[in-house]
Ligand binder design. Structure first.
Ligand code: ADP
Ligand code: MG
Length: 689
């Protein structure tokens, strides 16, 4: 296979645009893409026509505006390129207007009460900063999605807004350091994606996996990840074939899937792409998840993207690597060889530290979901407490600044804060802290809390916005300064002193940390339901409205959507569990106990003193469990209507009840014969490929 040849072959990329568009059209479009400028409507017809010709040549018969409503998935509505004429003929049609704007019915997408149902119209608008691509004979045009009244109904709109805001504030800072060349600062993102692969036949026998994406039952397998022998282990041939095809499909669509390896849990794997702009990375991550599912299916497997498909072993996350790059390619989070004297780097770093500390709540909310609640705080995932890891060197440098002491580096005795940017390569490979939710990894931050199934739009628009806020405040202060160097140093020092508490280089998984974090006054919203309502806190409303990321009503509506989503997820799970117990587990227990009774009876008919300890014990235990399961499920029947649309009730009543049901069923699994147990076990699932 010729990788360079297939890479991006199904993308209407910069290269294709350059080849196919008239020079001036290309220039205008390029400016839009690079500088975030609004697109001149005079060029859209030309672009549309070139795009259509290219798409048709590459096998497309339809086009769709591809958007990301607040379901966490992508949505599309396909239209044909050809439209019928009165005389029975067809003409090929795709105008600038078709490219720029669509009008899908928005009434079935979550809006959190923003729209009255009669205002069902929604708009999709072309996002020229993310490239169009072809999948399944359809030209997919990345678009933003909003309501008739102009409220954002998707993930992309706030992300694009946040990228603009961040750029504006970051450029102000660069100007202070004498950079007159940079016109735009871009948030770059690379999202590592974890997932499980299991055999499709086994998957199809589990209603919980089919309806909920996670197992609601399952006793621990005798061997799972105790020996850590799966991590980076040999990749099985079927998985290898899957990865090969997945890579190809992604490469064709411009996603540079770079490394793939086995993860810690059996059947768990990871894909890391090459980073790109936050917006494109978000689109690409959606595509990646879509192709993971599709390609797995083709290979007779099911790809599980849920945060916690199996209890008791590692769940899956998405490591959101985030950095800032100028339009000239300079990474602003690169410390250089002597970070202590790289004031510009220190200022950006300080802004991130302050942002993460002041907006712990928003970062927590940005990754909160019913699924991620099962993962956060569990053994292998960061706790729900936000803190930052900087590594020992950087932490020492910062504390030297904060305390006004000297930083002793072997090759420099004195700490200097100079305004010079040193774009040399510095990479701290010695300390790696895999337990931190927000780790500095040499020239970028790795936010490790996002769940594996969620869109990365939210964590990124939050990150962009909170960092923009701090950069803006810094710029406000420093632009007025008469003594730049002195004031800059004082600003860095005072800010670090005030926000030191957010830095933690130790083991985030330990119980001591939970206690220490509380002493430090760090937030610990244990569940998504605890976190969500704080989106509407005054300080957060002030932040979002100041930067025009959201209007106030949009914030309340998002909050409502999150809670609604949570409740729906739990209700579906509970309902699935209820049916599995009533229709499968209880009948299986009855069948097995009656088989045991028959055996005991037969034995006793041979001799009244025949031993039947096994039969009698198991019958007794299983009967007890069956009674419990029956009474818990009766209880569920009584309360289930209260749970609808009530996230708090779901968390406080339904989830604990589900926990009790599960515990009973898992014990029954041990006691029941393999032949009678109605579902593949954890062992069957995890070693099915
Ligand atoms: P590490 O060795 O620190 O894990 P890698 O180079 O393997 O770093 O990258 C891990 C992930 O981080 C990849 O998905 C990569 O694309 C992403 N990444 C690397 N540099 C940046 C950056 N400047 N901005 C955003 N993401 C980045
Ligand atoms: Mg990783």
């Amino acid at each position: 296979m010729n990788v360079p040849e297939i890479f991006g072959s199904l993308v209407f990329s910069d290269k294709v645009m350059q080849e196919r568009l008239p020079k001036d059209t290309y220039k205008v479009l390029r400016k839009t893409i690079k500088d975030g400028k609004r697109l001149d409507s005079s060029v859209t017809n030309v672009v549309a026509s070139a795009m259509k010709d290219w798409a048709v040549e590459n096998g497309a018969t339809h086009y769709t505006h591809w958007f990301q409503p607040m379901t966490g998935f992508t949505a599309e509505k396909h239209d044909g390129f050809i439209s019928p004429q009165d005389d029975g003929s067809v003409i090929s049609e795709f105008t600038g207007k078709d490219l720029m704007k669509g009008e899908p019915d928005a009434s079935s997408f979550p809006s959190g009460g923003l729209r009255a149902t009669f205002e069902a119209r929604g708009y999709t608008a072309w996002d020229p900063t993310s490239y169009a691509f072809i999948k399944d004979n359809t030209l997919c045009i990345p678009t933003a999605f909003w309501s008739y009244g102009g409220e954002a109904l998707d993930m992309k709109t706030p992300l694009l807004r946040s990228m603009d805001v961040l750029s504006k504030q970051a450029v102000r800072i660069l100007r202070l350091f004498g950079d007159t060349a940079t016109t735009r600062v871009i948030a770059t993102v690379g999202a590592e994606q974890e997932y499980f692969l299991i055999d499709k036949e086994a998957f199809n026998k589990r209603p919980d996996l089919i309806y909920c994406g996670r197992t609601l039952f399952g006793a621990k397998a005798p061997k799972d990840q105790q020996k850590d022998d799966h991590y980076f282990g040999l990749i099985k041939p079927r998985v290898k074939a899957f990865m090969k095809e997945l890579d190809e499909e992604l490469w064709k669509r411009g996603v540079f899937a770079k490394t793939e390896h086995n993860e810690a849990a059996p059947a768990q794997h990871e894909l890391a792409p090459v980073f790109t702009t936050a917006n494109i990375a978000t689109d690409q991550n959606q595509l990646t998840m879509e192709y993971m599912r599709k390609v797995a299916d083709k290979h007779g497997m099911a790809c599980l993207l849920h945060e916690k498909p199996f209890a008791g072993i590692n769940g899956s996350g998405k490591h959101n690597n985030w950095s800032l790059t100028t339009n000239n390619g300079e990474n602003l989070l690169n410390p250089g060889d002597t970070p202590e004297s790289n004031a510009q780097f220190l200022l950006f770093l300080t802004a991130v530290i302050k942002a993460v500390d002041e907006y712990q709540d928003l970062l927590r909310i940005s990754i909160a979901s019913a699924g991620n609640d099962h993962r956060l705080g569990a053994a292998e995932a960061p706790p729900a407490i936000i803190s930052m890891f900087l590594g020992d060197d950087l932490t020492e440098i910062l504390s030297a600044i904060a305390n006004g002491t000297l930083y002793n580096r072997k090759d420099s005795e004195e700490m200097k804060v100079s305004a010079k940017v040193l774009p040399t390569f510095f990479r701290d490979t010695t300390d790696r802290n895999r337990t931190s939710p927000f780790a500095f990894t040499g020239n970028k931050f790795e936010f490790r809390m996002p769940g594996s199934s969620a869109s990365i739009a939210e964590p990124n628009y939050i990150l962009n916005t909170i960092v923009a806020e701090e950069l803006g405040n810094f710029a406000d202060a420093l632009e007025e300064s008469k003594n730049f160097k002195g004031d800059l140093f004082a600003l860095i020092r005072d800010t670090l002193k005030a926000h030191e508490r957010i830095i933690f280089n130790g083991n985030n998984y330990s119980d001591e940390w939970v206690a220490e974090a509380e002493e430090r006054g760090l937030l610990n919203y244990k569940t998504a339901v605890d976190a969500f309502p704080h989106l509407s806190d005054d300080k957060n409303v002030a932040l979002f409205t100041k930067h025009k990321i959201f209007r106030e009503e949009e914030i309340h509506s998002r909050c409502e959507i999150m809670l609604e989503n949570y409740a729906k997820t739990v209700c579906i799970e509970a309902q699935t569990m209820y049916r599995m117990v009533r229709k499968r587990v209880l009948p299986a227990i009855v069948a097995y106990t009656s088989e045991l009774s028959e055996s005991a009876l037969k034995k006793r008919s041979v001799s009244a003193s025949m031993h039947c300890n096994y039969e009698e014990d198991v019958i007794r235990k299983l009967s007890e469990i069956a009674d419990l399961l029956y009474s818990y499920t009766n209880e569920y029947e009584k309360v289930k209507d209260n749970a609808e649309n009530d996230a708090v009730y779901c968390k406080d009543v339904i989830l604990p009840l589900m926990q009790k049901i599960r515990a009973c069923a898992d014990e029954a699994e041990f006691l029941t014969s393999k032949k009678h147990w109605p579902f593949p076990t954890y062992g069957d699932l995890l070693y099915s490929v």
